[in-house]
Design a protein around this ligand. Structure first.
Ligand code: V47
Ligand code: SF4
Length: 371
């Protein structure tokens, strides 16, 4: 059987192989070298080694649905196909009652998580969003509420006049359990200025997540890739996350988000290939040695690439989704009505040679499905 060393004569890659084998952290330059020089076979073997150390042969999923309160947004990110202006026939802003009806649609179903995120509404405030959590909590006390990206939180907390810590604690009292990873995009300031100039800064995004972790609210982290960034921007992004994770340990999962190019001002850039997507999963798994899970969000990359990603370091496919999100269908994803049954998810995982595990939002095992 071939070993990783058989796939390269490059001294830098050989050194990285030795480090990964012995569980040592790789440096930023080594992360860039992996992107630039390593072939997919080597990346698969190395990321598999790290993946097994964290998660054995398990591949996780959960039963979840999304609520997207509005797609009105005060920002104008150039990669976004989702936000619309007031009065646009494709815009929406749901009332509390409409969103509670969405929750009621799943009465009697054993879902464990609701993921709430949307545009940054021009006038709704922390009380509006807090009371929504409170009402959902009353209706479905069994649901974990993962809500509001750092960009939405930034706006609602700033407007409330509270400190970040006070705002987060207030939302926690209303029912917030964890924070999704959105809004991180790419932290590098020059790239950020070009793709989302008005948005919450990288520093502020990191500050909100750090404060959340210190307030007992775990979170996820994303990275939007495949547009105008280069490999060193990706590694810089992950390095800032790795450094924060060393201090707090509050990130559950890292989620690479592939730029989807339909219906937005960056359409001309096109999209990355599957090989590039798999390479990106592998390098993130290897580089982010302190984040326990790498999530392949299937509504964005599609079922086939999500399945392949399990062999390149990913260990989590997100969830059943129940056809409740529009962000990626509006940006041209092949998954126009994203929903998968647990049977379908288990089959994807088993066919790739892994053991399907239904998890809760903290990655505790709910059910392990035999191979
Ligand atoms: O921040 C917007 C991205 C994010 C496009 O925490 C785009 O479990 C690609 O963060 N092409 C929101 N990406 C979604 C998000 C998320 C998704 C799944 C799971 C979790 C989690 C979080 O969507 C935004 C932005 O980076 N996005 N437009 C686009 N055209
Ligand atoms: Fe608004 Fe989010 Fe779209 Fe940016 S990505 S314009 S913050 S909805």
């Amino acid at each position: 059987m071939k070993s990783p060393e058989d796939y390269t004569d490059d001294p830098v890659l050989k050194k990285i192989i030795r480090k990964v084998r012995s569980g040592k952290r790789i440096r930023e330059e080594e992360g860039i070298a992996l992107y630039e020089k390593a072939g997919l076979s080597l990346l698969s073997l190395l990321s598999e080694m790290v993946r097994r150390r964290h998660n054995g042969d398990k591949a996780f999923f959960n039963r979840n649905f999304h609520i997207e309160p509005t797609n009105l947004c005060v920002h104008n990110c150039r990669f976004c196909s989702y936000h619309k202006s007031e009065g646009d026939p494709e815009s929406w802003e749901y009332s509390h009652d409409e969103m509670l009806d969405m929750v009621r649609k799943f009465d009697g179903m054993e879902l464990t998580e609701v993921h709430i995120t949307g545009g940054v509404h021009p006038s709704r405030d922390i009380r509006y969003y807090g009371e929504l959590l409170q009402k959902i909590r009353l209706l479905r006390p069994d649901l974990h509420i993962k809500a509001y990206s750092a960009v939405e939180l930034d706006q609602m907390i700033e407007r409330s006049g509270m400190t970040t810590g006070q705002g987060l604690l207030q939302l926690k009292e209303y029912g917030l359990d964890s924070i999704p990873g959105g809004g991180a995009e790419i932290f590098d300031e020059t790239i950020r200025k070009r793709i989302c100039p008005e948005k919450t800064t990288a520093e502020r995004w990191l500050e909100i997540h750090e404060t959340a972790h210190r307030s007992g609210i775990p979170s996820n982290a994303t990275m939007l890739y495949g547009h105008i960034e280069n490999y060193s921007h990706r590694i810089d992004h992950m390095s800032r996350l790795r450094e924060l994770q060393d201090r707090t340990g509050g990130f559950n999962a890292f989620i690479p988000l592939k730029f989807k190019s339909a219906n937005n001002p960056m359409t001309h850039l096109g999209e990355t290939t599957m090989a590039e997507d798999l390479k990106n999963y592998a390098v993130s798994r290897i580089f982010l040695d302190n984040i326990p899970h790498v999530k392949a969000y299937w509504p964005m990359i599609g079922r086939d690439v999500a399945q392949m990603s399990l062999m390149f370091g990913a260990d989590d496919l997100d969830g059943t989704i129940e056809d409740s999100t529009r962000i990626y269908s509006m940006a041209g994803s092949g998954e126009q009505n994203p929903a998968m049954s647990t049977g379908e998810i288990c089959r994807l995982i088993r066919d790739a040679g892994f053991v399907p595990v239904e998890r809760d939002s903290f990655y505790n095992f709910i059910h392990t499905f035999a191979l």
